[in-house]
Ligand binder design. Sequence first.
Ligand code: HEC
Ligand code: HEC
Length: 219
Amino acid sequence: MKSTIRVFFGIFLAATTVTATQAIAADGENIFKAKNCQSCHYTAGPAREKSIADQLAKKGPELWYAGSKFQSAWLQKWLQDPAVIRPLAYNSLSEMNLGNHARLAADDAVAVSEFLMSLVSSEVEAGVIKPKNHPKGRLIFRKKMPCSGCHQFPDRNKISGGMSGPSLVGAGSRLNPDWIYAYLKNGQVFKPFKDMPTFAGLLRETDLQAVAAYIATFE
Ligand code: HEC
Ligand code: HEC
């Protein structure tokens, strides 16, 4: 009898926690709309159902898979203090990113982050990639493939790499390692019209996994 009560109480507690999280996420969605974030960001996917014109209509990256892409601690912090990620303006290969992204107060950032983390993609398999300073991944990223020609990355005490892609400095705390792999394997799902070449046919799956694991160590 006692254990039945305990189980029942446990379920009750779990249910309350879930509802509390959902309530914060719902709050976050309202703030997202009130602050007009959706004028630049899609929160409904998938990308492949949108035309090129649809894609270019938004001035910021799609967020419908934000919960699969980001780490929540990073997201909460970034929304309050948004540092430049893409050296160049979004979808541009010539204009600089002016670094003037909207910022949120702490409470709002927590709620919006909860909302964005609830948006996930079924294309990202969890628990496949563990961060690892993989020699093969390192070789591919730095030498065998042109990754570092387009992406900044931490190179001992300095930052190296090109500027046409998003900076991967800090990718270890910003990105979900499993999303990095999903993006390399099947980038079309997340960004059908993109400036990054597809490597899925050029590299083996184990190589893509090695690069993903390597990027996930970037501080
Ligand atoms: C005027 C257009 C615009 C508005 C309004 C805007 N954003 Fe953004 N957002 C951008 C751009 C451009 C980037 C890319 C910034 C970078 O790479 O440094 C971005 C990046 C982001 C990212 C990181 C996405 C990624 O893939 O790197 C998040 C999360 C985000 N915005 C959330 C928000 C939220 C929340 C709001 C509302 C408070 C908001 N944005 C309002 C244009 C906008
Ligand atoms: C010609 C330039 C170019 C090359 C080469 C390139 N990328 Fe990219 N990469 C981009 C651009 C641009 C984006 C942003 C999305 C887009 O427009 O495709 C991107 C996005 C990414 C992202 C997602 C980053 C984010 O925050 O959204 C990762 C991870 C990534 N690239 C890894 C790689 C790896 C690994 C390689 C080598 C195997 C590589 N890239 C080669 C240009 C490049």
